[in-house]
Ligand binder design. Structure first.
Ligand code: SF4
Length: 412
């Protein structure tokens, strides 16, 4: 029987494929496989590749493979890891492998990013995930004396493979996944997570959706900035009517000046208008639902309740039950742990207990993991981070002609 302390069902039924064909065992994993999906003959050949097989063997045999360090670290601190979460979500497949470790591996869950085409350039993002970043990054990068990414990796003592993930693409071009999936390869699919770029306006996404053979068995989840609700003049809701369910996971890191600074090109009025349309759609289509992801950086860490309380107080959402919380770890000058604010963060987030808002166990776990992260992993505040943050804020505000939110003025 596989070792329960390390077994993870994902590498047995899942791929996380990026725009340039690089693949990870899941979106949270620390590194990519050597093999590139664009270079493989087909899915089956790729799924049986040597590195993937090695990871599966390690996870079955109690070996904490480095690719999954992100989970081991959370678990060491007593937290709920992505591995725990996915083993519970795909319990049927998990139980099958527990009973028979040689059960057949099939593609049940696909996480896919077809292109980096995006209309936003969020402060913690880069050209790997957004074409809108090209020009700004080029100018910013030119001003850096050292390669900031490699410097960080040295400090983190991380594998060079991670560099491929967080470093920029080498050329300014739109990156589109080349290798397509056939209907047959998608026949066992139950869950698809589509991210980007911004997936709701990418041709390749809608072509792929047409290819899925049994949509009535499939839940499709879009990670979206929710700024565009039409494709070629047709409402996006029309394209997914046959699916078992559709989930819009909306990235919302703040409203008004905070949201508009952290996610450049985000417009609060457009967003609220789109959310109203989504609520109307949900009322008529029970197969549609949505949730939010709040991505936490030093720019918005003290704006979480203000954001979602505004939505509650203005009748857009009922409560905090459909919320998740993510941590910005790169660039380092946006990572909360580098600014010695543990005490203030703990105090601010203790409101969740007082108001009993958090009937959502996932959100509770996310926030606990965040506090553990900034407490146990944190560097002490140092001049370098403050200096980098100051330069970055000034550069970002001037380059994009943005107003700096009041709460950030103390940093410049
Ligand atoms: S153990 Fe964690 S990092 Fe590794 S594949 Fe599973 S969820 Fe992903």
């Amino acid at each position: 029987m596989p070792n329960k302390d390390t077994f993870c069902v994902l590498p047995f039924m899942h791929l996380s494929v990026f725009q340039d064909g690089k693949v990870k065992p899941c979106c949270m994993s620390n590194s990519f496989f050597e093999e590139n999906y664009n270079e493989s003959i087909n899915f089956d050949t790729f799924f049986k590749n040597e590195s993937y097989q090695k990871l599966r063997d390690d996870l079955k045999n109690g070996v904490k493979n480095k690719m999954c360090d992100v989970c081991w670290k959370v678990e060491e601190h007593g937290g709920r890891s992505f591995r725990h979460e996915k083993n519970a979500q795909f319990k049927q497949q998990y139980d099958e492998f527990m009973e028979n470790e040689n059960a057949k591996s099939e593609l049940v869950f696909l996480d896919i990013r077809f292109s980096n085409q995006c209309n936003f350039k969020c402060r913690m993002c880069g050209e790997r995930d957004s074409t809108s970043w090209y020009d700004e990054r080029e100018e910013y990068w030119e001003r850096e004396v050292v390669d900031p990414v490699r410097e960080r990796l040295k400090q983190w003592e991380l594998d060079d493979k991670v560099y491929d993930y967080i470093s920029p693409f080498e050329s300014k071009k739109l990156h589109i996944l080349k290798n397509d999936f056939t209907k047959e390869e998608l026949s066992k699919l139950e869950y698809v997570y589509v991210a980007g770029g911004e997936p709701l306006y990418a041709k390749k996404v809608w072509d792929f959706i047409e290819t899925i053979p049994n949509p009535e068995n499939v839940t499709i989840q879009f990670q979206t900035n929710f700024s565009i609700l039409e494709y070629k003049g047709v409402s996006i809701f029309e394209f997914t009517k046959k699916f078992k369910s559709v989930v819009y996971s909306i990235s919302l890191d703040g409203l008004f000046e905070t949201g508009e600074f952290q996610r450049t090109n985000f417009k609060t009025n457009v967003f609220l208008d789109n959310l109203k349309k989504l609520n109307e759609e949900v009322a008529n289509n029970p197969n549609i639902r949505y949730d939010f992801t709040f991505t936490t950086s030093i720019l918005n860490v003290f704006n979480f309740f203000e954001t979602y309380d505004y939505l509650i107080n203005n009748g857009f959402i009922k409560d905090y039950s459909n919320l998740r919380f993510q941590i910005v770890k790169w660039p380092a000058h946006l990572d909360v742990k580098n600014f010695n604010v543990v005490k203030e963060v703990k105090e601010y987030y203790s409101r969740t207990d007082i108001k009993g808002k958090y009937k959502n166990p996932f959100l509770k776990g996310d926030i606990e993991n965040f506090i553990t992260y900034i407490e146990k992993d944190g560097w002490v505040e140092n001049k370098e981070h403050l200096e980098n943050l100051k330069n970055y804020l000034i550069f970002s505000k001037d380059y994009n002609n943005l107003k700096l939110p009041n709460n950030l003025e103390k940093y410049i």
